[in-house]
Design a protein. Structure first.
Length: 350
């Protein structure tokens, strides 16, 4: 199958309308054309700045607009981030993702973010960040530091977007993706299923992603995690077969992309996850928490991988501990040499 960027609503809807088994079979065939079978890329996600976000995303417990159990935390110290990255690598992750609850990073944040990127890269991991909207200059700076991926989800269709978020526009999101692509970084962009959107909105989300000039290298498909205190805490559950169909259609229309099972896996049984892998998912977030929401533990994932004969693309189970400790020590020494504590740990929500 050729890679296309001109999908229509009718063509994508026709895929959704296929008999379930036919759709999954087609998706698996296309998956094997472009990807190694039985291989799943593993990423770990760390919240480097939590809560007090000025955005009003109705799904998000970190929004300052809602009263949830999430406590505001300042930007993490660089050495704490690198310690978490080293543990992620030891657990089998190949990519380390860092997320900050911001509408956009401020210029004062950039030196510490760059230290994080460079430190994680030295540990031998791919790097990804999600920091909200970024400017052209910020994208270029992050790319120069070695950031591999930038995550910025479209969340839903353009038509339904205003029902979920009012503090930034859909075009704002597309502009950020353009800045990321122009800077030479890879794009991680997907959406959330289960926010009350229609079947047509799910088609619209996938069409927006598939018709970007270059498909996102990574497409996370999230199933809404309903959090008490958010406007979507009582949203209707997603039918498992509907979710698997979305994975399959994403695989077919974006054949080269990694399709990632992201938030919501804690509520998926093994059989549902297995069908998602059959439908073309080949990436997961690994670890007991995704930013602030629960995720299956590493042991549980490894047990499932073993049952399915799935092996992580991670080639070495553990890093060279001596080298990793030396690199971490160098960063800690550099951070400690700064004149004040506020240089590395301050209230980034202001």
């Amino acid at each position: 199958m050729d890679v296309r960027n001109n999908w229509t609503v009718e063509q994508i809807q026709a895929l959704f309308n296929k008999p379930f088994m036919d759709l999954v079979f087609e998706a698996q065939q296309i998956h094997r054309q472009y990807h190694q079978p039985n291989q799943v890329q593993v990423s770990t996600l760390l919240s480097i700045k939590t809560g007090a976000c000025p955005e009003d995303c109705k799904y998000c417990p970190q929004s300052a607009h809602y009263r949830t159990d999430i406590e505001k935390e300042r930007l993490l110290e660089v050495d704490r981030v690198l310690e978490a990255a080293m543990k992620a690598k030891q657990s089998g992750a190949t990519r380390f993702c860092m997320g900050a609850a911001w509408k956009n990073p401020k210029d004062r944040d950039m030196p510490y973010l760059l230290d994080m990127v460079q430190g994680v890269k030295k540990l031998g991991l791919e790097t990804c960040m999600t920091l909200g909207m970024i400017t052209t200059a910020q994208a270029n700076t992050l790319a120069a530091a070695g950031l591999d991926y930038y995550n910025h989800n479209l969340d839903t269709s353009p038509e339904y977007y205003g029902n979920i978020i009012t503090t930034r526009t859909y075009q704002d999101r597309l502009d950020t993706l353009a800045h990321v692509r122009d800077a030479g970084m890879k794009i991680c962009s997907g959406g959330i299923i289960g926010m009350g959107e229609s079947a047509r909105d799910r088609v619209g989300l996938l069409m927006e992603l598939a018709n970007l000039s270059v498909h996102p290298e990574s497409v996370p498909i999230n199933m809404l995690v309903k959090v008490k205190g958010t406007p979507l805490e009582n949203a209707e559950d997603v039918d498992p077969f509907d979710f698997i169909r979305i994975i399959a259609v994403a695989r077919i229309i974006m054949p080269q992309s990694a399709v990632r099972l992201s938030a919501g896996r804690e509520d998926m049984n093994e059989q549902m996850q297995a069908l998602c892998f059959m439908a073309g998912a080949n990436s997961v977030f690994y670890g007991c928490k995704l930013l602030t929401t629960p995720n299956p533990g590493e042991d549980k994932d490894m047990q499932l991988f073993a049952k399915l004969g799935i092996n992580s693309q991670h080639q070495v189970a553990k890093p060279d501990d001596v080298q990793a400790q030396e690199l971490l020590g160098q960063v800690i020494e550099r951070v400690a040499a700064r004149p004040t504590k506020d240089d590395i740990f301050y209230d980034a929500s202001l």
